[in-house]
Design a protein around this ligand. Structure first.
Ligand SMILES: [Zn+2]
Length: 461
């Protein structure tokens, strides 16, 4: 984890890492947009594969809704519309000039009018779907690749409808578990909080938010929203229950996307470049043959015996010092977890050198190399995960005074829940209230001294 002393320096490091690491090209001439390069897109696709598998396992069906949303749909829920109106991109040129259309900033207004036509009876519930798309938000604040873009994507949204409040709450529990699983594969230990009501998704009853670290701040990295019945009411999503009564559904929604990738960069990246955890690395092993003829049969055999999927192994051959250096440099920048180097002498003795991305090196024979690298990948995955856990613990400080809270990167304080105190805390610390501890824990309000809850305060993206 790199901590730079100011935002400008951090942005420079960030942009260099994502460009030299072949993730994206940021030279596309519209602010807030970029081009995904093949390697970057393959990393993102590995992350997407994790969520696709997870959702499939839980029988959440994948769908696709139109990019354009009629304004009349959006206006059905005024609290949603009032918070996204400013960020809407209107589409021009549609043949029906009476209709006002805009690009989706989130899925609700496109989906929920349709839900209301599909859901009729308790037999149609639970209704659980997701889509992976791009969403568009006109950002007025400064943009940052993968963190705050105008086109956000690939981005997934799960939307569910249930007959009872309890079922919806269970769905939130599941959404939290699925998010945790994704973060395990990213080798990142996130901070989970309950969001204060005022900061929840417009109109929702509550939310659990995941935060990850970035420089000296935290980033919102996936929220699981309990929508209650507010949207069902606004969009008229009702069903006839088994008791023949007409009832409103209970809803949840969950979403995240390229911010997962942003957390890999900020949490694992170092001065040399990216570090992609083995579980999601599209290239897990890069084999470098030094002064060996390309397509050497013994190396081909070694590749077969590595125990790694063929499409996640890359091979390169080099004759001179310059090209050897270039290949080493490139694999480091791209964050390939392991480089295996083999020279003529090593080939003769059927051995090789394992160069791990964290700088450690070890010798191995061809015979046991598969065992070696399997252990090595597990070790690396765990090490990265534990490091992010330690980093989070190092930054979290229990604070009893405003002065202490001001100094801490993430301050654990007490807050009574009153808006007046929240405003004072924000003013005095220069930080935001990012949420309360997941399992409610009493702590006296740092401002007024009344009974409150354990709450986290930090600067956030
Ligand atoms: Zn208070």
């Amino acid at each position: 984890m790199i901590i730079k002393k100011n935002e400008v320096e951090y942005s420079k490091w960030w942009n260099q890492l994502i460009q030299d690491g072949n993730l994206v090209d940021i030279r596309y001439n519209i602010k807030g947009f970029f081009v995904w390069m093949p390697y970057g897109f393959s990393v993102m696709k590995k992350i997407k594969q994790i969520w696709d598998d997870l959702f499939k396992e839980q029988q959440i069906s994948e769908m696709y809704f139109p990019l354009l949303v009629p304004e009349e749909y959006a206006m059905k829920n005024s609290s949603w519309w009032s918070s996204f109106k400013e960020q809407a991109f209107y589409a021009l040129g549609y043949f029906d000039t009476e209709k006002k259309l805009f690009l989706r900033p989130t899925g609700e207004p496109a989906m929920y009018p349709m839900f209301s036509t599909w859901i009729r009876s308790y037999r149609d519930l639970p209704f659980r779907i997701y889509e992976t798309v791009s969403a568009f938000r006109n950002e007025t604040k400064s943009t940052k690749v993968f963190v705050r873009d105008v086109e956000l994507g690939p981005w997934y949204e799960i939307h569910t409808c249930h007959a009872t409040r309890e079922e919806a709450e269970k769905e939130i529990e599941l959404a939290i578990k699925m998010n945790e699983k994704i973060f395990e594969d990213l080798a990142i230990y996130p901070l989970k909080v309950r969001k204060p009501k005022v900061d929840c998704f417009p109109g929702s009853a509550g939310a659990v938010e995941f935060y990850t670290l970035m420089n000296d701040k935290v980033v919102e990295n996936g929220s699981c929203n309990n929508l209650g019945q507010a949207y069902a009411k606004a969009f008229d999503i009702q069903f006839i229950d088994s008791d023949q009564q007409k009832k409103l559904v209970w809803q949840t929604c969950t979403g995240n996307g390229e911010r997962f990738l942003s957390s890999i960069i900020s949490n694992h990246g170092d001065e040399k470049g990216l570090i992609i955890p083995p579980n999601i690395a599209p290239i897990k092993v890069s084999i470098l043959g030094i002064k060996i003829a390309q397509g050497n049969p013994e190396i081909e055999q070694l590749i077969k015996n590595l125990g790694v999927e063929r499409d996640r192994i890359q091979t390169a051959y080099a004759e001179d010092v310059t090209s050897i250096g270039e290949i080493r440099y490139k694999t480091e920048r791209m964050g390939v977890p392991l480089r295996i180097e083999i020279g003529p002498k090593e080939l003769a003795s059927k051995s090789c050198t394992l160069c791990w991305r964290d700088g450690t090196k070890e010798k191995s024979t061809f015979e046991v190399v598969a065992e070696h690298i399997k252990t090595g990948f597990n070790k690396m995955q765990n090490k990265l995960y534990i490091e992010t856990k330690k980093e989070l613990e190092n930054r979290l400080h229990k604070c009893d005074t405003i002065e202490e809270a001001k100094k801490a990167m993430i301050a654990e304080i007490g807050w009574c829940g009153k808006e007046e105190c929240a405003n004072w805390i924000k003013h005095d610390t220069g930080k935001d209230i990012i949420g309360m501890v997941l399992v409610k824990k009493e702590k006296k309000c740092i401002r007024c001294g009344e009974t409150g809850e354990t709450t986290y305060v930090s600067e956030s993206y």
